[in-house]
Design a protein around this ligand. Structure first.
Ligand SMILES: Cc1ncc(COP(=O)(O)O)c(C=O)c1O
Length: 382
């Protein structure tokens, strides 16, 4: 049994999440749980060696990913399909830069993880939105709109967030097949970001895009499920040899191939030895979700919870209280000292939502929820 209740004080650890000391941080996708002992032992072993020179990726790194995906997701991956890099966002930029010309377009299902848009805009491409339909607390793909957008003459790539941040949705195989068919028909490259893949409600599993296509590019990393963002490691999985050659060149051009020694040491430990930790973490997060649900009911809060059985993020419909999530989030942070992610930056219908991260101890979560409650109730008194 791992302990997810006792949280290390991160106020003194350079944690971006905990920079503001009197604020409860429920924003950035970073868990407060400490990593398992096996990881600590591996890191200590490396430090005891006393050398941190240039390191090559160990064969064990490939094998651990291959075995993990076979055993947990019944996916057949070979070493030739995997290329390591320094993270998902960095590699997404490299991929877009390789496959797109200036001014070309990238499609997203919105609301969607906002950093994607920054990458696209920064590199001189254009964001195109296909807004998800939202009905009775559930998001679905509007395939009529998706089909229309995918046919745009300048559209070259579709970035699938799988599972989807911020709505936590596990896309069905049926959805993935429709996406694949439309993208293939129109020659649009599919880039599937699967960084949240291993974080799901107990007994639920996400569907990798690899299940339906041999043509897309999967971007992933152990950093989200094992809370190792500081390691700066990611990898792509791609079955197509020609695409892989271009990916390798792209990572090289952007200097993304030099993996740090700590990441090389830890990655096989994570995939081989930390599955129990992952399972228990997922259970703890799911219980936190149930806690939030009960809390809203008990406090008679008119907040809809969007939780699609994956991620540790809850997308909260606060439309009863406001249509301006930007102002609400600002108020919550400045006056009520709880930092949530404001929904409008995710585009789509995000102005009616805030996103909270529930991967923290129940105590901290409870304080955060109290502050959100007080902030929302204060709106009615204005
Ligand atoms: C969907 C998604 N992709 C990528 C990232 C960041 O990945 P990395 O730290 O490997 O760049 C995040 C972080 O929250 C995310 O939510």
């Amino acid at each position: 049994m791992y302990n997810f209740e006792d949280i290390i004080n991160r106020n003194t650890t350079n944690s971006i999440k905990w920079l503001e000391k009197d604020v409860i941080p429920l924003w950035i996708a970073d868990m407060d749980f400490s990593f398992p002992k096996e990881v600590k032992d591996g890191l200590l072993e490396l430090i005891t060696e006393g050398v941190l020179g240039y390191a090559d990726v160990d064969q064990k790194c490939y094998e651990s990913i291959i075995d993990f995906y076979k055993e947990e997701y019944d996916l057949n991956i070979t070493k030739a399909n995997i290329i390591f890099n320094t993270g998902v966002i960095a590699s997404l930029g490299a991929v877009l830069n390789t496959f797109l010309q200036a001014g070309e377009e990238v499609l997203f299902l919105t609301p969607c993880y906002n950093t994607f848009f920054s990458v696209v805009n920064r590199l001189g491409y254009k964001v195109v939105e296909s807004k998800l339909d939202y009905c009775d607390g559930e998001y679905t793909i509007n395939f009529a709109d998706f089909a229309k957008k995918i046919q745009r003459s300048n559209l070259r790539a579709f970035v699938l967030c799988n599972p989807h941040n911020p709505i936590g949705k596990i896309w069905s195989l049926e959805d993935l097949i429709k996406i694949r068919d439309l993208c293939t028909l129109n020659g649009v490259l599919v880039i599937s970001d699967e960084i949240h893949g291993l974080i799901s409600r107990p007994n639920y599993k996400y569907n990798s895009y690899l299940k339906v296509s041999k043509e897309g590019i999967i971007l992933s990393s152990p950093s989200k499920p094992f809370n190792m963002a500081g390691l700066k490691i990611g990898f792509s999985i791609c079955y197509d040899e020609h695409l892989n050659q271009r990916l390798a060149l792209a990572y090289n051009r952007f200097g993304l191939t030099g993996i740090n020694s700590f990441a090389i040491k830890v990655l096989p430990i994570l995939y081989n030895m930390c599955r129990d930790w992952l399972k228990e973490m997922n259970e703890y997060v799911y219980n936190n979700y149930k806690f939030v649900k009960e809390y809203f009911e008990d406090n008679n809060l008119k907040i809809g919870i969007i939780y699609g059985n994956a991620t540790y993020l809850l997308w909260l419909d606060v439309s009863y209280y406001t249509d301006n999530s930007f102002s609400l989030s600002k108020l919550l942070k400045t006056k009520f000292k709880v930092f949530v992610s404001e929904g409008s930056k995710y585009l789509g219908n995000g102005q009616f939502f805030i996103r909270i991260n529930i991967a923290t101890s129940r105590n901290i979560l409870k304080i955060g929820l109290d502050r959100i409650r007080d902030g929302l109730l204060s709106l009615n008194q204005q």
